[in-house]
Design a protein around this ligand. Structure first.
Ligand SMILES: NC(=O)c1ccc[n+]([C@@H]2O[C@H](COP(=O)([O-])OP(=O)(O)OC[C@H]3O[C@@H](n4cnc5c(N)ncnc54)[C@H](OP(=O)(O)O)[C@@H]3O)[C@@H](O)[C@H]2O)c1
Length: 281
């Protein structure tokens, strides 16, 4: 099964389906990622905050694949937004992964209530990593429209991606439309809402109709909307199931029915990026 790629605004491309490792125990990460690479995933989404970059690097090296055949994303943790801290944090990320570059590096959260609201100098620091080639692409995560607008006005550069919470119950349309209008690829985190949407009658009915599982239906809905997804699982059967979504299509009616499940802010499962101010101790 071949995974489509999405072309980014900097000329690089990213596999539209990947494997997320949030909440995978550091000791189990190498095994989980190895399993995913064996199934055929070639894109891994990690972060310094997850504490498991090392396991990701180990699995990539153990896979026998060329480094260039695996797309790896990591993210700047919330305590390191000051430029010098960001430079050191990025070097630690490369050391943990054991790589001399990452494919994509993101500001994990905008933290508009911290650092005097200055995520612009943080962004300019990421631009250094792109310029010296140690991050092929750079982007942001959890950025709202106002945050993206500020980057555009103050730096004139546009992130390659914006990674946001997005699933049937929180469709994040305002941000999604802004991304699309400005050439920013949208990555949907918690693409199946950590399982919360899988019992929804609309999803289970469509799943029964098309002969697929609820998770496959929701991931397929994401793919048909053009979103990049990286579902997380430590369960081998689910890792395979989540990969098998490129040999069927949902009808426009089914897509519309899932579009209708949006609950707006009430559907948010994670923190609101305008207020989130968590700095790991
Ligand atoms: N940028 C950010 O702020 C941010 C925030 C959150 C997540 N993320 C990224 O997005 C990735 C995915 O999000 P997520 O991990 O929060 O949630 P998710 O992928 O929506 O859901 C993961 C949960 O669903 C279960 N699951 C997976 N496949 C399933 C299937 N086929 N059927 C039933 N249940 C299934 C998993 O259980 P088992 O593991 O037990 O199988 C796990 O509990 C993360 O790993 C991370 O890379 C980014």
């Amino acid at each position: 099964m071949s995974v489509p790629t999405i072309e980014l605004n900097d000329g690089h491309s990213i596999p539209q389906l990947g494997f997320g490792v949030f909440q995978i125990d550091p000791d189990e990460t190498a095994d989980a990622v190895s399993g995913a690479l064996e199934v055929g995933y070639s894109h891994i989404d990690t972060a310094e905050m997850y504490g498991n970059e090392k396991g990701v690097g180990e699995a990539v090296r153990a896979s026998g694949l060329d480094r260039g055949d695996v797309y790896v994303t990591s993210k700047l943790n919330n305590g390191f937004h000051e430029p010098d801290d960001a430079r050191r944090a990025f070097e630690r990320t490369l050391t943990e992964l054991g790589f001399d570059y990452v494919d994509l590096f993101l500001i994990h959260w905008p933290l508009p209530t911290l650092y005097d609201g200055d995520f612009v100098s943080t962004w300019k620091t990421l631009e250094e990593f792109r310029a010296d080639g140690r991050s092929r692409s750079i982007g942001v995560s959890n950025f709202q429209v106002a945050h993206l607008d500020r980057l555009a006005v103050e730096t004139g550069t546009v992130p390659a991606v914006n990674q946001i919470e997005l699933h049937p119950y929180l469709q994040n349309r305002e941000v999604r439309v802004y991304d699309e209008e400005h050439g920013i690829a949208t990555e949907a985190w918690s693409p199946i809402a950590q399982g919360d949407v899988l019992d929804d009658p609309a999803i289970t009915e469509i799943a029964e109709k098309v002969g697929r599982t609820p998770a496959q239906v929701v991931l397929r809905w994401q793919i048909q909307h053009g979103n990049i997804v990286f579902p997380k699982s430590v369960t081998p059967e689910r890792i395979r199931e989540n990969f098998e979504i490129f040999d069927f299509e949902l009808d426009p009616d089914d897509i519309e029915r899932i579009d209708g499940l949006d609950q707006g802010e009430a559907g948010r499962t994670g923190p609101n990026p305008d207020q989130f101010a968590y700095v790991p101790g």
